[in-house]
Ligand binder design. Structure first.
Ligand SMILES: C[S@@+](CC[C@H](N)C(=O)[O-])C[C@H]1O[C@@H](n2cnc3c(N)ncnc32)[C@H](O)[C@@H]1O
Length: 242
């Protein structure tokens, strides 16, 4: 059995069968949407700001990793439901699988400048629609205009983006706060940039994550280890202070 807090480079479908029924308390997953958003597109261009100014936003220059040609089939979703008690599944609007239940909307506050204004997840924990507003627009990252802040104000605080479909660590921090109970075991079958695992490590939540693409895995694992070292350094510092 894979130990908790492992990040594995491999196809999740090769590993899920080894887990007993309902082994994980929750699966928070972000599988391919079938939109070919796996890199290889130059998205550089001018973006109009609220004040009418146009600014040039440079594309991240991501390589085509070829993983977003199609959505997972029903075997994946059946297996996910077998191994986990609860599920949060991003991209619910793209899947040909019955996922009736709650919805989470992540409003990217991007004024139509990105692939999609918002992303939608299925949430098995309730039947509500919950909204998280967090700007994710090239170099503009942070809270929404309605929450009083347009951006963080300090670009150094921005998350470095390593993959084209990277989600903010703050989205996962919010998910933890809203839905995940202390002591729960979490599964992420499609880790990508490791934003999820960074948030789980920080919160002391046990996880197992899978990423199939070796190139993405290397970048994501480096990012995760870097964050873990920062957390350790911070902890040491606090001990020293005490
Ligand atoms: C939508 S992205 C995940 C984005 C992630 N939430 C983030 O914040 O970076 C999907 C990822 O799943 C990986 N992937 C695709 N099929 C997979 C599979 N069968 N098993 C494991 N990883 C897979 C892709 O290489 C890609 O990195």
């Amino acid at each position: 059995m894979i130990e908790m807090n492992s990040f594995i480079c491999g196809d999740c479908m090769d590993y899920l069968p080894q887990f007993p029924d309902k082994y994980f308390d929750i699966a928070v997953v972000d599988p391919p949407y079938g939109l070919k958003e796996h890199g290889g597109k130059n998205r550089s261009g001018y973006v109009k700001q609220k004040n009418g100014n146009r600014i040039f936003v440079k594309d991240g220059g991501y390589e085509n990793r070829g993983w977003d040609n199609e959505t997972p089939d029903c075997r994946y979703f059946d297996e996910l439901k077998r191994v986990s008690k609860h599920q949060i599944i991003f991209g619910v609007n793209y899947y040909d699988y019955p996922l009736t239940g709650g919805r989470i909307i992540w409003d990217k506050c991007n004024d139509g400048s990105d692939q999609s204004d918002a992303e939608i997840a299925y949430c098995s924990l309730n039947n509500r629609v919950d909204i998280f507003r967090y700007m994710w627009r090239g170099m503009f990252q942070g809270k929404s205009i309605t929450e009083g802040t347009v951006q963080q104000g300090n670009k150094k605080l921005n998350e470095k983006r390593i993959t084209p479909t990277q989600k903010p660590v703050n989205l996962y921090r919010w998910i933890i706060k809203q839905y995940i109970k202390s002591g729960w075991k979490v599964l992420d079958t499609h880790v990508g940039s490791a934003s999820s695992l960074i948030a789980y490590s920080e919160a002391g939540i046990d996880y197992i994550g899978f990423e199939k693409d070796p190139y993405t895995y290397r970048l994501a694992n480096e990012r995760l280890q870097e964050y873990k070292q920062q957390i350790t350094l911070f902890d040491c510092g606090m001990e020293w202070l005490a």
